[in-house]
Design a protein around this ligand. Structure first.
Ligand SMILES: [Zn+2]
Length: 81
C-alpha cells in the first residue's frame, strides 16, 4: 500500500471514530461505544503496520518531512501528498 493511501485510510478511520463518539454522545447507545473502540484499534493497527518508511521499514511517526528521520532517505513525494 502506498503512503498516500495509508494516510487517507488513517484519516478516514479517525474521522469515523470522531463521528461515532458524537453519535455515542447523542444516543448513549453502547453500539457506538464499541464501534468507536473498533475504529480506534483499526486506526492504530493500520498506522503500526503500514505507516512505515519504504526503505528502512521504520515507523514514520506523526510528523513526516521530506526525508525519513531514521535512514535519511528521501521519501517519494507522490507517495506522501
Ligand atoms: Zn527510512
Amino acid at each position: 500500500m502506498k503512503l498516500k493511501q495509508v494516510k487517507y485510510l488513517i484519516y478516514a478511520l479517525g474521522g469515523a471514530c470522531i463521528l461515532m463518539v458524537a453519535l455515542l454522545g447523542l444516543t448513549n447507545s453502547q453500539v457506538f461505544l464499541w464501534l468507536t473502540l473498533v475504529l480506534a484499534v483499526a486506526a492504530v493497527a493500520v498506522s503500526l503496520v503500514w505507516w512505515r518508511c519504504p526503505y528502512c521499514g521504520e515507523h514514520l511517526g506523526r510528523d513526516v518531512g521530506e526525508y525519513c528521520s531514521h535512514c535519511g532517505r528521501r521519501l517519494d513525494q507522490n507517495d506522501l501528498v
